[in-house]
Design a protein around this ligand. Structure first.
Ligand SMILES: C[S@@+](CC[C@H](N)C(=O)[O-])C[C@H]1O[C@@H](n2cnc3c(N)ncnc32)[C@H](O)[C@@H]1O
Length: 244
């Protein structure tokens, strides 16, 4: 990320991008499990950029020879654009994947990747996003910190500032967050209480499976890997759901 980009992110209150992180083997296994399904030959990576520069999209292209790939992210970085030039079958969409029109922009797709993004989605909420993409997708690969501190799904900001800060990982943009919840964040056009730049949802495993079942999808593969980066309230989970 250039100095200018990083300055723009800071002024907008977005979390600064860390150095590029290694790809998580667990998420690669989810992609492998999805491409093992006969109906999966293409991939849409929703929110695939931050800290990994679309590494999971490129993995699907290089390892599985995806016939078509679509990367959708609000913030597409120059290294992603540069590497994308090697893949004629890759389309980059720099837009909100929660917009009503985006699933149609993506079109019919084998697997939709949602890696560490579902818990950030408000207006539309995470389950509305799943519902909007379901008619276009044969499968979903989802990796998400799953809430297991109480039996039901919770809106984390409703827990109050102290409990919220104890539940989520530390981030630069949390300082003063509760004082600006109703302030519109200019680059997102939404109030802070709804932006994807902070943790929003504690989604339970049972609720995710139930919502997917309502949409006609069943788990073909699921793994749990213990505490998510040591957080007491979240378990590190990944799933591949396919049309039942
Ligand atoms: C926590 S990072 C996850 C990156 C990657 N998927 C991974 O697993 O390492 C979230 C990414 O999703 C993007 N993002 C989150 N919600 C979005 C939305 N509704 N529309 C577009 N991009 C979104 C952010 O810009 C960021 O690149």
């Amino acid at each position: 990320m250039s100095l200018l980009q990083s300055l723009k992110r800071r002024l907008a209150g977005s979390a600064p991008a860390p150095e590029r992180r290694p790809l998580v083997p667990f998420k690669l296994e989810a992609i492998d499990a999805a491409f093992a399904l006969p109906a999966v030959r293409s991939v849409a990576d929703l929110g695939g950029v931050w800290a990994v520069d679309a590494g999971y999209t490129f993995y699907a292209l290089e390892r599985h020879g995806a016939e078509r790939a679509v990367l959708v992210d609000d913030d597409i970085t120059p290294p992603v654009r540069e590497r994308a030039r090697n893949f004629g079958q890759l389309e980059l969409l720099e837009q909100d994947f929660g917009l009503e029109r985006t699933p149609a922009d993506v079109g019919p797709i084998g697997v939709v990747l949602l890696f560490d993004v579902l818990l950030h989605q408000v207006d539309p909420d995470w389950d509305t996003i799943l519902r909007r993409y379901a008619p276009h997708a044969q499968a979903f690969a989802i990796a998400n910190p799953m809430w297991d501190a109480s039996p039901g799904t919770v809106r984390l900001l409703d827990l109050g500032e102290e409990r919220y800060r104890s539940a989520v990982p530390p981030q630069d943009n949390l300082e003063g967050l509760y004082d600006r919840l109703d302030e519109v964040k200019p680059d997102r056009g939404k109030p802070w209480r709804d932006v994807h730049d902070v943790w929003q949802w504690g989604i339970t495993d049972a609720e995710l499976r139930a919502r997917m079942a309502d949409l006609g999808f069943t788990a073909a593969w699921a793994e749990r890997r213990g505490r998510w980066r040591g957080l007491a309230d979240f378990e590190d989970c990944a799933y591949v759901f396919h049309r039942a």
